[in-house]
Design a protein. Sequence first.
Length: 159
Amino acid sequence: MDTTKLKKSWIEKLNNSKDLPKVIKITGKMSQRWGVGTCAIPSPLEVDAIMKKVPKGKVITINDIRRIIAKKHKATIGCPITTGIFAWISANAAEEIKAQGRKNITPYWRTLKLGGTLNEKYPGGINCQKLLFEQERHKIIQKGKKYFVADYEKSLVKM
């Protein structure tokens, strides 16, 4: 059996929106964690589009992206699980696009975790992101095993 076509590329994953975006009612175990209301589940391209809008020198957090998605779809919250996964897919797709020789890629390193934390799961890990941030004049600080953009709040993009 030919297994070369079984694994999708990151670009294919980014462009595979399935039945998303959609808004679901928060029920059962979800309500214990997220309360009552509705949850907007974005498409991968929707998360990527928000990440693409973050200009050089600015940053955004996953929670900011979730807030934007919730507002867009008139939902109580933006899904924390899929938003994080789709940011990761966007980051890997950006590196695939870069490997094809294209220069204009999604600036995924500008999307931070809660509290301004760098995402160790992004391509190239912390060292790669640290370098990209330093090229954009951000100071990176280490606290324990985690790395943060210093004073990231001053660089948050307004969307």
